[in-house]
Design a protein around this ligand. Structure first.
Ligand SMILES: [Zn+2]
Length: 412
């Protein structure tokens, strides 16, 4: 039995408690509340910390082993090299206070196994496998012969091109075969891809519906990369559970999201980081131009979603390895700064970073993201109260302790 006592306990959802206490039995929280009302635990190891809250969730990440923000480089990175780099990335995320990750395409399906079996130290990983994209879509590499891109997936890469209902079904099943916990589709063009327009819809209504239905038969939900409004609308009509980026969200689609209880994962981090230093880090010029085009509108979309009451879950789109790279693992917490700029309160931001995370997995959601009896003991301690200064969560050095499944993995 372990007992964590804190000046402030932030439960993830609900009201913070001064002089709070969390009791852990093996891997599970058995009590979270005031010290005053806590059950006696004479045999427990007691840890005293300034602030305690649930371990955070980053709901949009990519384990790629890329060192530059240029997706065209992906096939040139040997899988083993990417795997080794990704192992270190996973450790960096855990040390930053992120005990769970949803991965939106990359090597996460494989790394999840290494973490689960204890081979490497890292967060729980819920991964999509390959990104599903149309020919010429956001997940295609437009400058290469198409056969090369198709071969990349066959040889273990993480981009899957599919067209028509039959191929979409097969592509979905191939990800399930890799034990994907969520399916990722590109329902609009993107920024990092060369030719396509972020505003244009990708995949037809029929294709999107086929993917959502196939995923649902395996109790998985679909996450849809969308910038343009037509793609957002088509993805929602098809029944996807989360909209990623959501740049051209408007009043109508925001209302539809709220109605369907779809979740927005905005990923402002990558927009800010690449606008500031993307070109210096090897981002292609075509991608930079597209990013400038969507930059302001993307921030407005986050504010609109918040005003309308759409559920938001924290995501970064972190995708590069190496602390000095453009969008590095370990900087996951920086997203809180941008969510605050979009108008969320510190308490709301913590909910997006914790309790809202598991819901992005639908039926695959673990009992995580909250400090409450019966939940997984994924817990972090912060050097001071993040409700007074949310930016504390942006710097891993402020995350003084991390427990994952009841085991102290940082700050012993
Ligand atoms: Zn992404």
């Amino acid at each position: 039995m372990q007992r964590i006592e804190a000046d402030v306990l932030i439960p993830g959802r609900g009201t913070p408690i001064d002089d709070g206490c969390v009791l852990i039995d093996h891997t599970t929280i058995t009590y979270a509340g005031s010290i005053e009302e806590a059950p006696a635990s004479p045999s427990a190891t007691v840890t005293r910390v300034p602030a305690v809250m649930p371990g955070m969730w980053d709901c949009h990440t990519h384990f790629t082993g890329l060192t530059t923000p240029n997706i065209d480089e992906a096939p040139r990175i040997p899988h083993v090299l990417a795997g080794v780099r990704s192992a270190r990335d996973a450790e960096a995320a855990l040390s930053a206070g992120f005990t769970s990750l949803r991965e939106a395409g990359g090597y996460g399906v494989f790394l999840a196994r290494a973490v689960a079996e204890g081979t490497v130290v890292g967060p729980n990983i819920y991964a999509a496998g390959s990104i599903l994209s149309t020919t010429g879509g956001h997940g295609d590499l437009h400058s290469y012969p198409l056969d090369w891109v198709l071969d990349y997936e066959t040889s273990g890469g993480w981009l899957s091109i599919c067209d028509g209902v039959a191929e979409c079904l097969k592509a979905t099943r191939k990800q399930l075969r890799r034990n994907a916990k969520v399916i990722k589709v590109c329902a609009s063009g993107g920024v990092m891809s060369e030719i396509d327009d972020p505003v244009h819809q990708q995949f037809s209504a029929e294709e999107l519906r086929a993917i959502v239905e196939e995923a649902a038969r395996a109790e998985r939900v679909v996450m849809a990369h969308c910038h343009g409004t037509p793609g957002i609308k088509a993805a929602l009509d098809a029944g996807v559970s989360t909209i990623e980026h959501g740049t051209y969200l408007d009043e109508e689609t925001a209302a539809q999201m709220k109605e369907q209880e779809a979740i927005l994962v905005p990923t402002r981090f990558i927009v800010e980081r690449l606008l500031a230093g993307g070109r210096e880090s090897g981002m292609p010029e075509y991608a930079y131009r597209k990013l400038v085009e969507i930059g302001d509108r993307h921030m407005q979309a986050i504010s609109l979603a918040h005003e309308v009451g759409v559920t938001i879950a924290l995501g970064t789109d972190i995708a590069t390895s190496g602390a000095d790279s453009a969008v590095p693992w370990g900087a996951n917490g920086e997203e809180v700064i941008y969510l605050e700029r979009a108008g969320l309160s510190p308490l709301e931001i913590i909910e997006t970073a914790t309790a809202n995370g598991p819901a992005t997995l639908g039926p695959q959601a673990p009992n995580s993201g909250r400090l409450a009896a019966g939940f997984d003991a994924d817990i972090i301690a912060v050097c001071a109260n993040p409700l007074d200064d949310i930016a504390l969560l942006a710097d891993p050095t402020n995350i003084v302790k991390v427990w994952k499944g009841g085991s102290l993995v940082k700050g012993s």
